[in-house]
Design a protein around this ligand. Structure first.
Ligand code: GLU
Length: 314
């Protein structure tokens, strides 16, 4: 055994689809191929989007795929609880540390106000950097009756790290995102804060997740630093895309695991397909995850998005 610890961190906001299976398989292989432990944490922070029945189905789907875990909401473990909903006290304590150091300020901006005030983002970008409207000293007066979000003030500093798939990645916090939300106006702690608190508290040494979170990592590294925590090694794998270039979102039900199963696709066919797209096997033949342990290497993984067609499972 080694001290390597990785995790699955699914959000139970929909059915598990092929893209989730891709990330889970690769995260499992990265850790298990080195004799490490796998933690399953349900990221159900957002009460509006999370459903316990989706969480239960995700556990069943992961097991159906042949992926196992050492600690999780079903089996328990020394770092529990393993549902974010039950860990809010830890996020509040971390936030208190940041507040006590004067690093956090209230922000009353609505999304529309931020969009209007921020310099126009480049096409395809989600949002520009937060323009600092509510930063102390900018003269913002609290609008009556509106509850504030809490934002962390970030320095004009470039945070660099070595990604296991992409190599060196560097983002300037002030330019890339600006001061970011650590607690929403409705009182829910932000993903960025919760994921750092949890990965550190659970002793996670290796995080493998989708490219959609690459831009979050510098923010998270900054939080690790402020909270005096040791960050894990990060690897961001390309997303699976439909032929029209969209992410295999949860709403594209044809490629949910439940839909594939209903079409008679067996779990080993799914892992074989994914392993082939990950360049771990030469042809997409049925395999179990544990048959791939010897073949796994981060260096083999593609760096560009992977296109999946419905006919791939005809
Ligand atoms: N809960 C996130 C998701 O399902 C993953 C977070 C992470 O891996 O850091 O997209």
């Amino acid at each position: 055994m080694t001290d390597i610890r990785g995790r699955f961190a699914p959000s139970p906001s929909g059915e598990m689809h092929l893209g989730n299976a891709w990330t889970a398989l690769l995260a499992w292989l990265q850790v298990r191929s080195r004799g490490g432990a796998v933690v399953l944490r349900i990221e159900d922070l957002d009460p509006d989007r999370s459903r316990p029945e989706y969480a239960a189905q995700i556990l069943r789907d992961l097991a159906w795929l042949g992926l196992d875990w050492d600690e999780g909401p079903d089996s328990g473990g020394p770092c529990g609880p393993y549902r974010q909903d039950e860990r809010r006290g830890l996020y509040a304590a971390a936030l208190d540390c940041l507040i006590a150091r004067g690093l956090v300020y209230p922000c009353w901006c609505t999304r529309a106000e931020i969009r209007a005030a921020a310099s126009a983002p480049h096409p395809g970008e989600d949002e520009g950097a937060y323009p600092g409207t509510c930063r102390p000293g900018n003269g913002r007066v609290a609008p009556p009756g509106r509850r504030p979000a809490l934002r962390l003030a970030v320095p004009d500093e470039t945070i660099a790290f070595t990604d296991g798939v992409h190599g060196r990645v560097a983002h300037n916090l002030a330019h890339a995102c600006g001061d970011f939300v650590v607690r929403r106006a409705d009182g829910v702690h932000a993903y960025q804060l919760a994921v750092v608190v949890d990965d550190a508290a659970m002793g996670i040494t290796h995080v493998l997740r989708g490219d959609d979170l690459l831009a979050s990592t510098p923010r998270q590294l900054y939080l690790y630093r402020l909270l005096g925590l040791t960050p894990p090694a990060f690897a961001h794998v390309p997303l699976l895309l439909s032929p029209d270039g969209h992410r295999l979102a949860k709403r594209q039900r044809g490629l949910s695991l439940a839909a594939l199963r209903a079409r008679g696709v067996v779990a080993t066919a799914i892992t074989g397909f994914l392993a082939h797209r990950a360049n771990l096997i030469p042809v997409p033949e049925p395999v179990r995850p544990r048959d791939l342990l010897a073949a796994f290497s981060l260096a083999k993984l593609p760096t560009e998005p992977v296109v999946v067609r419905d006919e791939d499972f005809a």
